[in-house]
Structures are given as C-alpha cells and as structure tokens.
Design a protein. Structure first.
Length: 191
C-alpha cells in the first residue's frame, strides 16, 4: 500500500508541477490533486526537495516504461520502423502526455539551481540515452551512443517547441511529427 500511495503522490505531484509551476508545488496542492487527506503528501515526502525527487522518479519511471514498450518494436526493424515509432512517441508526448513534458521542463529549470536534483536528472537521462543507444546499435547505427545523445536532444527540442515554445499554440498533427521523425531516423542511422 505504501508503494502505491507513494506512486500516486508522485504522479499527482508531477501533474501539479506541470500545471502550477515550481512555486505551485506544495504538499497541500498535491494532497488536493490526489484526493488525499491533508498531510498525506508530507507524511511520505517531508520536504519540498523530497517532493521534487518524487516528481523526477515518476518522470524517469514513465520514460523507462515508454522505452521498454517501444524497444521491441524497433529491435527487428529498420529506418522506417524507427521513424514510425519516433513519430508516435513525439505525437503522444506532445498531446496526451503533454503534462508530463511540462513537468519535465519545470524539473530542468529547478535542476539549474539544485545540484542534487541535477545529478538525479542526469542519471535518469543517461539511462534513457543508454536504452536508445542499444536500439540504435541493434539497427546498425555507427557510434550509437553519440547518435543516441543527439537523437534524444533533437526530440527534446522538437517537443519543447511544440509543448512550451514558440509553436506551442499551433495545432499538433501526426503528419508534422512523421516528417520530423523520418528526418531524425535518417540522421540517426546514416553511415
């Protein structure tokens, strides 16, 4: 039960962070968002720093689940299958998982001022990049670790532009992401 409650709190904390920003992330706001009695969040995460770490843990857990779900689709694939998966992920993250991305960007900004959070964020990002490098290696990409770094960075840029950047109010359609994904897949796998 404790693990379920901790995960519930972490998920709602990430959503509050995305919706209200860093200043709005309070124990009380998370209690309300999760439908829990007042004081529940502070019982599990005493400090604001602990609450931010819970947000980060939830973010990394969701990212790892996404990679685990998509990796099998890619292992026996090619450039076209990589592009299809990238387009699907970009579209989903910019639409149905938009809140998670906003929470990610809030964590990035918090990490600029909090070295402990920056270290944890770096470790989570490194795990994601390793998993992407494995996929690229299986697909025959040269220098898969370097290509994974650039692929993840490019995807982050595309998402930032569409979720919180200059084009965040533009309609989001799958066709746009399919074009970008084909370009990214071609670049990631180019000899």
């Amino acid at each position: 039960m404790d693990l379920d409650r901790r995960r519930l709190i972490a998920r709602h904390a990430l959503e509050v962070l995305a919706r209200e920003g860093a200043r709005g992330l309070t124990h009380r706001a998370v209690d309300e968002a999760a439908g829990l009695p007042t004081g529940s969040t502070s019982y599990y995460h005493r400090t604001r720093a602990a609450l931010l770490e819970a947000c980060l843990d939830d973010l990394v857990r969701q990212d790892e689940a996404d990679i685990a779900a998509t990796a099998p689709l890619l292992r026996a694939g090619d450039e076209a299958s990589l592009a299809a998966v990238l387009a699907e992920v970009l579209h989903r993250w910019a639409t149905t998982d938009r809140t998670r991305q906003l929470g990610r960007y809030e964590l990035f900004l918090e990490a600029v001022r909090r070295p402990d959070l920056a270290r944890a964020l770096h470790q989570g990002g490194a795990a994601v990049r390793r998993a992407v490098a494995e996929v690229l290696s299986d697909l025959g990409a040269p220098e898969p670790r370097q290509r994974a770094d650039w692929l993840v960075a490019a995807m982050e840029g595309v998402l930032l532009e569409r979720v919180a950047g200059a084009r965040s109010t533009d309609p989001v359609d799958r066709d746009t992401f399919e074009d970008v994904a084909r370009w990214l897949a071609r670049a990631a796998l180019a000899p």
